[in-house]
Design a protein around this ligand. Sequence first.
Ligand code: AMP
Length: 140
Amino acid sequence: MTAVYDDNNIFSKILRGEIPAHRVYENDDVLAFMDVMPQSNGHTLVIPKTPSRNLLDAAPETLSALMKAVQHVAKAAKTAFEADGITIMQFNEPAAGQTVYHLHFHIIPRYEGIDLKPHSGKMEDNGILSANAEKLRAQL
Ligand code: AMP
């Protein structure tokens, strides 16, 4: 059985404006911001405003709006970070690697011959996150 949604999670707090984030894109349905522990330069997260724990309990309408935004941000990230490709990742439940329990998609710029850094590895410098957010906003 899937656990219930808990609105004390960190992304819910970002949505409520209780903690800061490097926000890059927002519409009525979604918010996108920089991942603070990027697996590659420009790693961005896209989340729905409607609460769901992950993909398994999300309403189809939530996914529909979310995937449009994922594509929009992915295309912009490819240009902004001059990437060779984009990896999209999404984890459901701890066994699958999920650590924050508000649905999110990872948008990760990729470069030929360069491996991904570890998931939830090292905190990025705030100045780099800020500069990357600025670069991405300029394409959105
Ligand atoms: P997941 O393991 O798929 O649940 O991924 C959670 C992601 O959220 C990881 O890539 C973390 O680096 C990222 N993360 C955790 N806290 C924050 C935060 N406050 N702002 C932005 N990204 C975060």
